[in-house]
Design a protein around this ligand. Structure first.
Ligand code: NAD
Length: 424
C-alpha cells in the first residue's frame, strides 16, 4: 500500500518505519524541516532502539519524508500522528490535529476516489466525530473514510512493540474504512478488536488511566509499607502471583512521567468534568500522589544534609525512563528545578537525554559525560532513572545515595554506601 504518516515524532516515525519494514511505501509529512531532513539523511532526531537501522536500509527506497502535504494524493491511507499536548489547565490542545486536518482536507479535495484517514494520536472521546470529520468533510466532501487506531507504544521499546503489539484496536466509522487500516497491518500478529470511533478513543484513555493508577496505587502502598517497616518490593512479589493483579507497572518510586500518562490523565479529568459532567475523584488523586513522589528525594536529602545551599548534588538519569531520550514530564526535570531553587549545585548525567536536558537548563546545571564524573565530588547522588549503567554498584563507594527507582539492591548498596530508597 501507499501510506502517508502526518507527524514524524516518536509515534509517527516508528509507525512509518514499521510500515515500510512490512513492505509498504511510506511518506512522512512533518511541518518541521529539520525533522524531515534528519529522516531523509537516515539520522532521526529521536532515539529508539532499531529505528536507525530501519531508516538506514529503507530510506529512500520505501520511506521518505517531506513537509509537503501534496504527496497525500498518491497514497491510500493517511495516519495522523501529530502531538496532542496539554494546555495549562490540563485540557487537550487540539491545535496540531486541527492544522493537520485542514492541511490534508484541502489536498484531499482535489483527489478522486476513496481515501481513509485514521488517527493514531491520543484524542479525547468524540474528537474524531466532532472535530476531525467535520473539518475534513468541509474541504473534501464525504468521499473520505475515518478510523481511529490508538497507539500503545512504550518509548524505549517502540520498534519492537510495533511488530508485536498485544492488540490492535480499530475504531471505525464503517467496515469499509476499518478494512483499509486492517490491510495495512495485516502482517502484524495481534488480537484485533473492532469497534466504533468513540469507544476506541476511550480505550486509549482508559488504558493510560489504569496504568497511571497502578503506579500511584503502589506508591501509596509503598508510603504505608515504609512506615510499617515492610519492603514494598517484597509485597509486589507476593501480589504478582495473583493473575487478577499481575506484577507489571507496580514499581514504587518517584512516579510516572513522559509525554503520555500525566497529560492523558489530566486531559481525561478535564474532559470528564467539563464535557461529561462527572468529577473523577480517583484520577485526581492518582495525579496528586504522582506529583508528591519526586519531592520525597529532596526531603530525604535535606534530612541528611540539612540545607542544600551550595551542596553538590549528582542527578543520574534525566529521561523519564530508561532507553529513551524523552524528558517530557520527566521527574528528574522537576527535581533539578527544586534543587536549583534551594541553591544546590547540580551535576547531571544521562546516557541519551543530555542534549534535550541542556535545552531546558542552558546555564545552571553542570552536565557530565559519565555517571562517574557526575558522582565525583558530590555530597549526594540521586538516581532518578533506572538506566542499566546506574545499577553498577561500584560507582557509589562511600557516597550518600538516594534511589528513586530501586535501581540498586538495598542490602548490597547499604554495604558500600549511605543508601536510602524513596519509600523502602
Ligand atoms: P511528538 O511531539 O514526538 O511528534 C509530533 C510530530 O508532529 C512533531 O514532529 C511535529 O513537528 C509534528 N507536527 C505537529 N503538527 C503538525 C502538522 N500540522 N503537520 C505535520 N506535522 C506536524 O509526539 P509523539 O510523542 O509522537 O506523540 C504523538 C501522539 O501520539 C500524541 O497524541 C501522543 O499522546 C500519542 N502517543 C504517544 C506515545 C509516546 O510514547 N510518545 C505513545 C502513545 C500515543
Amino acid at each position: 500500500m501507499n501510506i502517508s504518516v502526518i507527524g514524524a515524532g516518536y509515534v509517527g516515525l516508528v509507525t512509518a518505519a514499521g510500515l515500510a519494514e512490512l513492505g509498504h511505501d511510506v511518506v512522512c509529512i512533518d511541518r518541521d524541516q529539520v525533522t524531515v531532513s534528519a529522516i531523509n539523511n537516515k539520522t532521526p532526531l529521536i532515539h529508539e532502539n532499531g529505528l536507525s537501522n530501519i531508516l538506514s536500509r529503507l530510506v529512500p527506497k520505501r520511506l521518505i519524508a517531506t513537509t509537503d502535504y501534496k504527496v497525500i494524493t498518491d497514497t491510500d491511507l493517511i495516519l495522523i500522528c501529530v502531538g496532542t499536548p496539554s494546555k495549562p489547565d490540563g485540557s487537550i490542545n487540539l491545535r496540531y490535529i486541527k492544522n493537520a486536518a485542514i492541511g490534508l482536507g484541502s489536498v484531499l479535495s482535489s483527489k478522486k476516489g476513496y481515501h481513509v484517514v485514521a488517527t493514531r494520536s491520543t484524542i479525547i472521546p468524540n474528537t474524531t466525530k466532532e472535530v476531525i470529520i467535520p473539518i475534513i468533510e468541509r474541504y473534501a466532501g464525504n468521499k473520505v473514510g475515518f478510523a481511529y487506531n490508538p497507539e500503545f507504544l512504550q518509548e524505549g521499546k517502540a520498534v519492537q512493540a510495533f511488530f508485536n503489539p498485544q492488540r490492535l484496536i480499530i475504531g471505525e466509522l464503517n467496515k469499509r474504512a476499518g478494512n483499509v487500516l486492517l490491510k495495512a497491518f495485516k502482517d502484524i500478529p495481534a488480537a484485533i478488536f473492532r469497534t466504533d470511533l468513540t469507544t476506541a478513543e476511550m480505550i486509549k484513555y482508559a488504558s493510560n488511566a489504569f496504568l497511571a493508577t497502578k503506579i500511584s496505587f503502589i506508591n501509596e502502598i509503598a508510603n504505608i509499607c515504609q512506615r510499617a517497616g515492610v519492603d514494598v518490593y517484597d509485597v509486589v512479589k507476593g501480589l504478582s502471583f495473583d493473575y487478577r493483579i499481575g506484577g507489571e507497572f507496580l514499581n514504587a518510586g518517584i512516579g510516572f512521567g513522559g509525554s503520555c500518562l500525566p497529560k492523558d490523565v489530566a486531559a481525561l479529568i478535564y474532559a470528564s468534568m467539563n464535557h461529561f459532567g462527572y468529577r473523577p475523584e480517583l484520577l485526581r488523586t492518582v495525579l496528586d500522589i504522582n506529583e508528591m513522589q519526586p519531592s520525597k528525594m529532596i526531603d530525604i536529602a535535606e534530612s541528611k544534609l540539612g540545607s542544600l545551599r551550595n551542596k553538590t548534588i549528582a542527578v543520574l538519569g534525566l529521561a523519564f525512563k530508561p532507553n529513551t531520550d524523552d524528558i517530557r514530564n520527566a521527574p528528574a526535570i522537576g527535581i533539578i528545578k527544586l534543587l536549583l531553587a534551594k541553591g544546590a549545585v547540580v551535576r547531571a548525567y544521562d546516557p541519551q537525554a543530555l542534549d534535550n536536558a541542556k535545552r531546558v537548563f542552558p546555564q545552571r546545571v553542570d552536565f557530565c559525560s559519565s555517571a562517574a564524573e557526575a558522582i565525583a565530588d558530590s555530597d549526594c547522588v540521586l538516581i532518578a532513572t533506572e538506566w542499566d549503567e546506574f545499577k553498577n554498584i561500584s560507582l557509589y563507594h562511600g557516597k550518600m545515595v538516594i534511589d528513586g527507582r530501586r535501581a540498586l539492591e538495598p542490602s548490597k548498596a547499604k554495604s558500600i554506601c549511605d543508601y536510602q530508597g524513596v519509600s523502602w
